[in-house]
Design a protein around this ligand. Structure first.
Ligand code: NAD
Length: 300
């Protein structure tokens, strides 16, 4: 399918979806915070729930920062800034989800944690609320086993940074209903994103392409190639916006570590575990990248 066909297909599907007014996001980290900002910027009231008050503060601060940049560039006025911020409702309680049309789960990339959070969420939402996971790699059909209503669940995979990356992968689990897919495609479009609907498997579409690249990069490092040199070539000469070491720091090395495990288990012959050793070493040393100031690079 060419780009035009994909857009037309997404528009057609979106027309059949439920119109979402109230969004909720679980997790206020890099992705949850970004998704909440994107929802609020597109006039959706957006509950942002975390278990850590510090994460909520950080999520609000990031949204504030992004909005102030927009203000400085003359893209929005002060009133829009205020209205957008008010659209984000930080919360520590499941009770705040009762109004949501769609809840997007964006907590840590752990199958067990996600399954538990999704099951708990299901107890607190309305009968027709759709649940979606922003998981990078974990099969949707696996996560749906913890749910009573798996037909109302699918993947909704945004990319980092959310406000800049146009793509959203919508993942159809083995029990996901057509109505759920339509609603989530419509929501992606409402949030200014281009959706592609993909089948379920570890890593879906994008991370089946991206992870072999990361593993190839760590293989080169294990052979003694300087990571900064690899970044320099990929950015400067090859022309990509960032090299693999910097990209891992932006993604979060903890997240890449968890996602790498899912990929290595999902494709044991093609994505051998030993190739992720370098990421494991950074993970064990708690060098998680930009989020805690130390990864491949140092962030002052
Ligand atoms: P993060 O570490 O920045 O944030 C995770 C947040 O989840 C933290 O604030 C944590 O307090 C919160 N949390 C943990 N348990 C919770 C619970 N039970 N209820 C509510 N909140 C809880 O991680 P992230 O990078 O935002 O990743 C979140 C998800 O998005 C993961 O599944 C990841 O694979 C996926 N993802 C990440 C990226 C990326 O580039 N970082 C890109 C696409 C998708």
């Amino acid at each position: 399918l060419n780009d035009q066909n994909l857009k037309q297909q997404a528009k057609k599907i979106a027309k059949q979806g439920k119109d979402v007014q109230h969004l909720a996001v679980l997790g206020a980290g890099i992705m949850g915070g970004g998704i909440a900002y994107q929802g609020a910027s597109n006039q959706l009231t957006t509950v942002m729930k975390d278990i850590n008050p510090g994460a909520l503060k950080l999520g609000m601060r990031e949204a504030n920062k992004l909005l102030n940049k927009q203000l400085e560039r003359g893209r929005i006025d002060g009133q829009t800034l205020g209205e957008t911020l008010i659209n984000i409702i930080p919360s520590l309680h499941y009770g705040s989800l009762s109004n949501a049309d769609v809840v997007i789960e964006a907590v840590v990339e752990h199958p067990k944690v996600k399954a538990q959070v999704l099951a708990e969420t299901e107890q607190h939402v309305s009968q027709d609320c759709v649940l979606a996971s922003n998981t990078s790699t974990i099969p949707i059909s696996l996560l749906s086993r913890s749910l009573t209503n798996p037909e109302r669940f699918c993947g909704m995979h945004f990319f980092n940074p959310v406000h800049r990356m146009p793509l959203v992968e919508v993942i159809r689990g083995d029990q996901t209903s057509e109505e759920t897919i339509n609603t989530v495609v419509a929501l992606a479009s409402k949030m200014g994103k281009s959706a592609v609907v993909v089948n379920d498997c570890p890593g879906f579409f994008v991370n089946r392409v991206l992870f072999p690249y990361f593993f190839g990069f760590t293989y080169l490092i294990a052979k003694g190639v300087d990571f900064a040199q690899i970044d320099k070539v990929m950015e400067g000469q090859f022309g990509w916006p960032m090299g693999p070491a910097y990209l891992l720091d932006v993604v979060g090395i903890d997240t890449a570590h968890h996602a790498g495990e899912v990929m290595a288990q999902g494709y044991p012959t093609r994505m051998a575990k030993q190739q992720t050793d370098c990421i494991d070493i950074f993970y064990q040393a708690q060098r998680f990248g930009q989020k805690n100031g130390e990864g491949f690079y140092h962030y002052g």
